[in-house]
Every structure is written in C-alpha cells, then in structure tokens.
Write a protein that binds this ligand. Structure first.
Ligand code: SF4
Length: 131
C-alpha cells in the first residue's frame, strides 16, 4: 500500500469516527487500532491543516507538556509531548509527530536541550493548558 494512501485512509477513518460524536483519543485509538498518543498526533495535524476544529479539551494529564514548534533537527513543524521533572524541566520526549508511530523516536532528541521550550512552543490546543 502506498504510504500516502495509507495516511489518507487513516485520516478518513479518524474523521468518520469523530463525525459520530465526541470521543477521547483513547477511544478513537481503540476503533482505529492505534495508540491514544498516535490519535492525538493525528488530531493535531488535522487541526493544523484546518480539517478539524478542537472544541473540547480536558485538564492536563499528569505533568506532561505538549507543544507545537519548528524543530531545527528535522527542519519541520512538529507536535511533541514531554515529561517534566518536579522542577518543571523537560526530561523525556513521550512522542513526536515527526515519527510514525509518534512514539518510535529515532533522532537525537535535541529538543530536550531547547532553552525555554515551555515558553517558546505554542501551547497545544488539546492539552487543556492555559497560557
Ligand atoms: S523528538 Fe526529534 S524530531 Fe521530535 S522535536 Fe525532538 S528533536 Fe525534533
């Protein structure tokens, strides 16, 4: 199967799911057979492309931080989720939209060294964070 066709089919399946009513990413993931993190990444990309609107968000999950930003390592716009330590420093990349699946990160994770990541990245619309 062509990669483009696979992505198109996945987008259509996701759009079909959310057309049936409000669902959280884990529920959509169960329908599509992919992880909640993967669904979140797809939703972000579809929202970024103007294909969907995210109208309902929940509170922060744990101490994760989700940001959309231009990654200089990949020279592309990405969305990524980070874990933070008790001092609010980012310590781990949980997923990144540059990879498929988003949790299969193979880069050097230079984003962990970005100074002030929490301040420079755009707060993610699905994370429920306020600015
Ligand atoms: S995980 Fe890699 S590709 Fe993703 S933002 Fe970090 S450095 Fe960039």
């Amino acid at each position: 199967m062509e990669a483009e066709s696979w992505w198109g089919d996945l987008d259509n399946a996701l759009l079909h799911c959310i057309a049936e009513g409000a669902m959280d990413p884990a529920e959509i993931g169960r329908h599509l057979g992919i992880s909640a993190a993967g669904v979140t990444s797809l939703l972000l990309l579809l929202a970024h492309q103007g294909k969907i609107r995210i109208r309902l968000v929940g509170g922060p999950i744990g101490d994760a931080l989700v940001r959309s930003f231009h990654c200089p390592s990949r020279d592309e716009k990405v969305a990524a989720e980070f874990s933070r330590d008790s001092g609010q420093r980012v310590t781990r990349v949980n997923w990144c939209s540059a990879f498929n699946p988003p949790t299969a990160i193979t880069c050097d994770r230079r984003c962990l060294e970005f100074d002030g990541l929490a301040a420079v990245g755009e707060p993610d619309v699905a994370s429920g964070e306020s600015t």
